[in-house]
Write a protein that binds this ligand. Sequence first.
Ligand SMILES: *Cc1c(COP(=O)(O)O)cnc(C)c1O
Length: 399
Amino acid sequence: MLAETKFAAEPLARPALGEPYLLTPGPLTTAYSVKQAMLRDWGSWDGDFRAMTSDMRRRLLALTGDTNGEFDCVPMQGSGSFCVEAMLGSFVPRDGKVLVLANGAYGLRAAQTMQYLGRAYTLIDKGDYLPPRGDEVAAALEADHAITHVIAIHCETSSGILNPVAEIAEAVHAKGRKLLVDSMSAFGAVALDVNEIRYEAMVSSANKCIEGVPGFGFIIARKSELEAAKGRSHSLSLDVHAQWAHMNKTGQWRYTPPTHVVAAFLEALRQHEAEGGVAGRGARYTRNRDVMVSGMRELGFETLLKDRWLSPIIVTFFNPAHANFAFDRFYELMKDKGFIIYPGKLTVVDSFRVGCIGQMDEHVMRRVVEAAAQSLDEMGVDTAAPPAAAIAERAKLAA
Ligand SMILES: *Cc1c(COP(=O)(O)O)cnc(C)c1O
């Protein structure tokens, strides 16, 4: 059991007493005031809730730097993947073709979504260690003129790699194609400014860097693309154009909205703004990462990725080589100390992940490192150094 005093001296809003911190990329640890915002019932048709929806759309749009009113924001019920599917099904014409840029599970999921949609796609799969680069995107677009759209994953949450979207956007635009971005785990903490990066649509969700609770996502797209999406969707409930048109006409969501989640999200957006918006949030997460990674490295842990590609969102570490190390035990020992870590999601080597996002600051991250040190100690692991084979694999694949 967790002692109540454990969280007493935290400068940042902490989880409710006794709750562990979620060092996971969403659902994540939310502020008490965000949870508190859910203690009221709202009528979905009522003017008060319609005003909340409209306020939320406006605030989200503002985060993209769209000052000319060229974009609009369409919230959509469901988890993030529902919104990725809604985006692909609504913006890619039935006779279109998508270049999917994958370097982890979420890129591959986008490809799988295309398969379900029964629309043409082609895949660049970079494995776990490397980002897709602008020049190879340009070459792929040059080689295949049937490609109409490219989907890029902003932060590939399965490894934590921060993909170079600006460079990709430039290549896509130069070849006259359209870019769709899955910025699920980056939006709100890493800039995706429409004045700097050319894209037609992006998608994110309530329970990532804005620090809301799960229940819906949102698509931010050029109005011209939203207009063109009419009648394209494969799905009634995931039709972005229909949701947009209905919302603009009535102020309501088409089907039952997650009212409490929206109320919580608005409070999360207020806190995001108070923290200094995207820049402020990104700075706290970056500090979280830096403190955590340097502490973990002192214990002998090694990151999967080179520093250059480490995102401020989540970091993957190799499992230690030591014979006494067992991930399940490590997980339980960390949980006993108040921290829920995340198993790895890599194809080849054993790993685990530590998230840097949510209501946590560097003081919490220092305690995460202390908890890791103690847990290793309790397991009888004197160094967290990874197996030589993992390092060799990394050297080979990340060359
Ligand atoms: C979280 C996430 C998703 C959506 O996952 P859900 O489990 O459906 O919410 C999609 N792409 C990325 C990059 C993500 O981090």
